[in-house]
Design a protein around this ligand. Structure first.
Ligand SMILES: [Zn+2]
Length: 80
């Protein structure tokens, strides 16, 4: 599958599979190139450390998801 990345605008191969097993994961697969996804994974680690996010905490996961959406230029509300 070829996709145009919302973050960097490149048309390239999509991620082999949705990176997370949710509707948001399929949205990411359709909207984010592999390079930007890897970049997000690195950024995520930094954010988790910086803000001491506990991913067992739903509130922390919501914060991180918001950060991810803005990092990847994903729409906030309407997953396709
Ligand atoms: Zn990209």
């Amino acid at each position: 599958m070829r996709i145009t990345c919302k973050r960097c605008g490149q048309t390239t191969d999509a991620l082999a599979q949705p990176p997370i097993p949710t509707a948001l994961g399929s949205q990411i697969q359709k909207s984010t190139c592999q390079a930007c996804w890897r970049e997000w994974l690195r950024t995520q680690v930094i954010l988790i450390n910086e803000h001491r996010l506990n991913l067992m905490d739903p509130e922390a996961r919501k914060v991180l998801e918001g950060q991810m959406r803005s990092f990847l230029d994903l729409a906030s509300d309407h997953p396709e």
